[in-house]
Design a protein around this ligand. Sequence first.
Ligand SMILES: [Zn+2]
Length: 318
Amino acid sequence: MILHRFFVIRRLSVAALALCVALQAHGGVAASDEPLASHATDEEAQLNLFRQRGGGAGGAVCLPLADERDPDIRRNRSMLASFPVCLSKATVRDAGRADWVFTTYSNKAAPNGPVWYLPHDDEDAAFDAAVYAIATYGGRFIAANAREERNFGSIDPNRAFGRTNGSVGPCAITRAYPAYTKFVMDGFRGARNILTLHTNMDGPPLNVRVNSEKLRGYPATANVGLSDPDNVVILAGRQPLENNRRVARFATALRGAGINVIYERVTRANNDCSLSNYVTLSGDRRLYVNIEAQDGARTAQKRMIDIVMRQLGVRPVR
Ligand SMILES: [Zn+2]
């Protein structure tokens, strides 16, 4: 159905290659944001160059941390030395643009825990919180590696989700990036929830006082010291929150545990090609949870992770 060509440069075992082929034959990402009858096939058939170094989730080969010069790794060296980490890198190419680069960190002692995506390489506190998250709860996180910048060139990775040109009309991008979208969503394969971390000094003011057609804030109903309006958990769905029973129940629980909530009501017309919008519009039934803290509020963001994990029933692994 979907023709992808994989170029495996090195270190990918024959077994893993066979798995890739099997997954491709199976149709890759199940959720699509357009009917299959659209022109998705032509666009998806563009040459996708996929190179991977190190083992991804479940892979066997991990890159040595000691060789890494990335500032995020250097800043977290002691925390990253406190549990068994598997580091792997991947480069993904959409036709006609520069490569997307990612680094995946997984907790080898508890690889099947929560999965996180960090699209903004300039948000240091979010990265540090992600290291804390996988050290404490296992699992893995995939971080965009844009040389400490927010964007890859002129493209914001959190405004680049979309598999077909027809679906990205309302967005800032002028065409879809199917290889990018597929790589990130494949990273969530097997994950129970779609988790992400941001800090919010970037972009226009986003805090719990927001009240627009798309975004509505719901302040915490208990005070545990996290009430700064810039500390929020963002949830998303297609229906108004009051009609979205599962998400509304989760929002009420978070607010009662002292966390501000913003609910994002996503439609095809207001799609901005962010992860929350893509997940919602593609019909993914998993809970989208974005833990967004004021820039530099490292302690607050880690406490928010602890509360969200408790509400999701995820237990610490150490
Ligand atoms: Zn961000």
